[in-house]
Design a protein around this ligand. Structure first.
Ligand SMILES: C[S@@+](CC[C@H](N)C(=O)[O-])C[C@H]1O[C@@H](n2cnc3c(N)ncnc32)[C@H](O)[C@@H]1O
Length: 141
């Protein structure tokens, strides 16, 4: 799996010069850094080694039993901010039940489920969108 960190160097839409210069590509990132490695090794390095403050969006699509530990690691490492979006694929098939229980039950995420099918089959699957709302839930005073 590749961890992609997009540098948030966007043109500001309110800047007329930026409008003129960049036209329809105004929101394209100017630089993308691709980091390759195991999620559990990369996540703890993101702040110091890769100068990441917090993440805007995380797409989870690796081994399903890593969804929960990696989500907890992201929280522990302070990489989630209010509004960070986690989008997790295949949460029904093969399934990530402990991840679902955590994001739906911890009180720290607002969750939406998008039902789907496994590609090329009629097998029910789904994506979970979990928006981090910050610490301070009843489980984590
Ligand atoms: C289902 S594939 C999806 C890959 C990619 N998202 C795509 O759609 O093409 C899962 C990939 O995650 C990788 N993977 C599994 N566990 C990982 C981990 N802990 N860290 C990084 N990559 C991992 C696997 O090697 C595999 O290539």
């Amino acid at each position: 799996m590749q961890w992609r960190e997009t540098h948030r160097a966007f043109w500001r839409p309110s800047t007329p010069t930026a409008h003129r210069r960049s036209g329809p590509c105004m929101w394209a990132p100017r630089k993308v850094t691709v980091v390759t490695g195991a999620s559990q090794d990369i996540i703890p390095q993101l702040k110091k080694k890769y100068d990441v403050d917090t993440l805007d969006m995380v797409f989870l699509d690796h081994w399903k039993d890593r969804y929960l530990p990696d989500t907890l690691l992201l929280e522990e490492c302070g990489l989630l901010r209010k509004g960070t979006v986690l989008l997790a694929d295949n949460v029904i098939t093969p399934g990530a039940p402990n991840f679902l229980a955590h994001v739906r039950g911890s009180g720290r995420f607002e969750c939406t489920h998008f039902s789907s099918y496994m590609e090329y089959t009629q097998v029910v699957d789904g994506l979970e969108k979990a928006v981090y709302m910050g610490p301070g839930s009843p489980e984590q005073p």
